[in-house]
Write a protein that binds this ligand. Structure first.
Ligand SMILES: Nc1ncnc2c1ncn2[C@@H]1O[C@H](COP(=O)(O)OP(=O)(O)OP(=O)(O)O)[C@@H](O)[C@H]1O
Ligand SMILES: [Mg+2]
Length: 253
């Protein structure tokens, strides 16, 4: 039975999509059966793996709202893992979700859980319904936080994210859920990034992952090339970092 791992934080542009795609590729390279779910109407993960979201039909819209089974819309990628792509109809799902529908994704994924070792979910930023669906479906919640772009007191946003939403509102659904903070865009050789990580460790201790994803232009370049960095530049420090993170997942989950 697969582990569902969601990459989620309300703040935009922290490396959620980059982490989901590159971790999926690194796990697939290790021989794991992986499904990536793109819940974001921006469809960045779908584009990253070379799929045009405007040509998806049926789509997650039909899975969420028309009882189409998820495996009907599943597509292979060139990188050894499958994807449930986002489409231009994602906004319509968001509009149709009601309170209590946070559990839908978990139900949708249930029939697929024997087919994969890991299901990785890329969630949109913000506090809308699909983001909550991603959080509630997760056995392991990864919170990607940008070490370089976050202020030292930005740590308190992280605290709010975790405490107000995860630990209170969804306490019943999430009592088995684990949570880890993954620092992305980490700049060594300056005071700022290490300071942010240290300040966060003081609050979260062992929930902060030791693997730090470096800040490097190879990541936007890999998005432009529509190829995970682990495939495009396998020996680059950015690729090595996601491979170490994938190894942590394999050992841990
Ligand atoms: N480690 C990194 N170093 C440098 N640039 C990065 C790194 N990780 C991601 N980026 C770049 O930062 C931008 C935002 O990354 P990404 O799309 O992964 O964030 P996101 O959290 O998914 O954003 P959104 O909240 O909009 O969904 C992209 O241009 C991406 O290529
Ligand atoms: Mg994203």
């Amino acid at each position: 039975m697969s582990k569902v791992i969601s990459f989620s934080i309300f703040k935009g542009g922290t490396g959620k999509t980059t982490s989901t795609v590159n971790t999926a590729a690194a796990l697939a390279e290790r021989g794991k059966r992986v499904l990536l779910v793109d819940l974001d109407q921006q469809a960045s993960a779908t584009r990253y793996v070379g799929i045009d979201p405007d040509r998806i039909n049926p789509s997650l819209y039909h899975v969420f709202l028309k009882q189409v089974p998820a495996n009907v819309i599943k597509q292979p990628t060139a990188f050894g893992f499958d994807v449930l792509p986002s489409s231009s109809l994602m906004a319509a799902i968001e509009e149709s979700l009601e309170r209590g529908d946070e559990i839908l994704l978990r139900e949708i994924l249930r029939p697929l859980r024997d087919d994969y070792d890991y299901i990785l979910v890329d969630t949109p930023p913000g506090k809308a319904g699909l983001a909550f669906n991603g959080i509630v479906a997760a056995d392991l919640l990864i919170v990607p936080a940008s070490a370089e772009r976050m202020a030292i007191d930005g740590v308190s946003d992280l605290v709010n994210h975790v405490q107000s939403i995860i630990w209170h509102r969804y306490r019943d659904e999430l009592n088995e859920q684990e949570i880890r903070i993954l620092f992305t865009m980490y700049k060594a050789g300056t005071n700022h990034s290490p300071g942010v990580v240290q300040a966060t460790k003081k609050i979260y201790g062992g929930n902060v992952l030791d693997t730090l994803i470096p800040e490097t232009v190879e990541f936007p370049r890999s998005f432009d090339m529509k190829m995970p960095i682990t495939v495009m530049s396998p020996h680059h420090i950015g690729a090595q970092a996601y491979k170490r993170f994938a190894d942590w997942i394999i050992q841990h989950a």
